[in-house]
Design a binder for this molecule. Structure first.
Ligand SMILES: NC(=O)c1ccc[n+]([C@@H]2O[C@H](COP(=O)([O-])OP(=O)(O)OC[C@H]3O[C@@H](n4cnc5c(N)ncnc54)[C@H](OP(=O)(O)O)[C@@H]3O)[C@@H](O)[C@H]2O)c1
Length: 499
């Protein structure tokens, strides 16, 4: 495995700890080398030392025997390389050949692009120029994992696809969206397609609307440079949220195989109806006090332009134009500095056509909701109405819940563990395909263009620690409808999450 950007944050915090977990689980091959590349000058030993520190700090919190760490470290190597310098790739090629000759790893190369995105295409072109995209034997393989962001609009994503596919075949390219590596996102597929009881209800006849929230409690932290030029729409909606929408809305694939699954997801991306700009609310957090502490507004954060127009919150309503979903609104929202960290899907089922207990139960009707909690307190909650014991027919909403934490050995693998293992095994089911990425950008582009050109479209301020601009609630069509305001625990009360 050859990691470009091995001296960076992603490699240290995510990739190497994930690789070590795979190693601990005996999931890596017998012979392998992890070769890190970066401009920083490091010896093999310095790189090993850094990576072992990262594993201790960011790896799974179970106790790690020193011997295991040392054994894993023997597989780590480092080479200084400037991605823009042709000579560096010649040196890389001869080092890989040497590793092959010493039979430490044999002709199977997984390249990982963990560099700034403007280097993705040049690195692929340099690898192609050295012939490194072609295995030298029939049994070998070459694959390339590309980090996000994949383009910043439809044109740049399409151009990047053209540049990558000029060197690598589509089947060799693995575009990572770490949300798809989450156990709970994969479980949406199992929940829908391994059970017979939900699928008959999974359509416009029984579902009133669908709501998806991905809330972050943190602010922009140390990602200001990237974030201020991206914003929530590019950073979260174009990739993670639309992938979740596709997973919720797709038709059952004929086979559980990469292209069959991704064909169905692409059809959803293509069926997204152009969004009306008044159905998109954008916001930016402003200074506030959270739990007695002053919290800076976005524009006061380090390295953020004091007049920045970048959105840290987006909420929108849209439709999917197909037979299953025609007329069912989808509501999605994401933001930074919201009251809690939570990602969940809420399926709101239709009410009964006739409210039998309306007059005897004081007007209470049951709310049928299915909540698929992606993080934290991963699990599933089904809400329905029940008779309150005693006289009369008072209906009360109750919940039936499943928490992953109730399972024995419930520690969920990190998303990067699953995705790295799949890429090593040549399974691209959980990676985005070129046409899917382009279709997602086609949906997002008009919003970006409207925001860039129409100064009358408001960027609402919202206090850090709140659920975003109140205008997001006005997206709902009927009075009394609103977002669910979830707490960090799945079954927490629906009322506003206390700070
Ligand atoms: N960090 C995350 O949690 C995260 C999450 C999702 C996606 N990503 C994506 O992953 C990629 C890496 O992110 P990061 O946070 O790790 O960034 P980072 O900490 O800034 O690291 C960037 C890496 O790229 C290397 N690099 C930069 N210019 C180079 C050049 N000309 N030649 C060779 N190497 C070069 C740097 O090496 P030197 O400093 O040694 O030159 C460093 O190792 C980005 O595309 C980012 O969007 C990161």
């Amino acid at each position: 495995m050859v990691i470009f950007g091995a001296s960076g944050d992603l490699t240290g915090r995510r990739l190497v700890p994930a690789l070590f977990s795979l190693y601990q689980g005996n999931l890596l091959p017998d012979q392998y080398v992890i070769l890190g590349l970066g401009r920083t000058s490091l010896t093999d030993d310095e790189f090993r030392h850094r990576m072992l520190e990262n594993i201790r700090q960011f790896g799974r919190k179970n106790s790690v025997p020193q011997k295991k760490l040392q054994q894993f470290a023997t597989h780590l190597r480092y080479q200084q390389l400037d991605s823009k310098n042709t000579d560096s790739y010649r040196i890389l090629k001869s080092r890989l050949k040497k590793i092959d000759r010493q039979k430490e790893a044999i002709d199977n190369y997984l390249f990982y692009l963990a560099t700034p995105p403007q280097l993705f295409a040049p690195i692929a072109a340099h690898l192609g120029a050295q012939g490194l995209q072609q295995p030298s034997s029939d049994s070998g393989w070459r694959r390339i994992i590309v980090e996000k962001p994949f383009g910043r609009d439809h044109a740049s994503a399409t151009e990047l696809n053209v540049q990558l596919t000029a060197v690598f075949a589509e089947s060799q390219i693995y575009r990572i969206d770490h949300y798809l590596g989450k156990e709970t996102v994969q479980n949406i597929l199992a929940f829908r397609f391994a059970n017979g009881i939900f699928e008959p209800l999974w359509n416009r006849n029984y579902i009133h609307h669908v709501e998806i929230t991905a809330a972050e409690q943190i602010g922009v932290e140390d990602r200001s440079g990237y974030y201020d030029s991206a914003g929530a729409l590019r950073d979260m909606v174009q990739n993670h949220l639309l992938e979740i929408v596709a997973t919720i809305a797709m038709e059952p694939p004929v086979l559980f195989e990469p292209n069959a699954v991704r064909n169905e997801k692409v059809k959803i991306m293509q069926a997204l109806a152009p969004v009306q700009i008044e159905n998109v609310i954008r916001g930016q957090y402003i200074a506030s006090m959270i739990r007695g502490e002053n919290v800076a507004g976005y524009r006061q954060e380090k390295d953020i332009h004091p007049d920045s127009q970048t959105e840290t919150f987006v909420a929108m309503k849209f439709q999917i134009d197909n037979w299953r979903w025609g007329g069912v609104p989808f509501y999605i929202r994401t933001g930074k500095r919201l009251p809690t960290r939570v990602t969940e899907v809420v399926i709101h089922f239709r009410e009964t056509p006739h409210h039998l207990f309306k007059y005897v139960s004081g007007g209470t009707t049951a709310e049928n909701q299915l909540i698929l909690r992606i993080q934290p307190d991963e699990g599933i909650l089904l809400k329905f109405g029940m008779k309150v014991p005693g006289a009369g027919y008072t209906i009360k909403n109750v919940g039936m819940d499943f928490h992953y934490s109730d399972l024995a050995n419930s520690e969920l693998p990190e998303a990067y563990e699953r995705l790295l293992l799949d890429a090593l095994n040549g399974d691209s089911t959980l990676f985005a395909r070129a046409d899917g990425v382009e279709a997602a950008w086609r949906f997002i582009d008009p919003i970006l263009q409207a925001w860039a050109s129409d100064r009358s479209i408001k960027l609402y301020g919202y206090p850090a620690g709140s659920w975003g601009p109140k205008e997001a609630s006005l997206l709902f069509e009927q009075s009394g409808e609103d977002w669910r305001y979830p707490c960090s625990n799945l079954t927490g009360d629906d009322s506003y999450c206390e700070l």
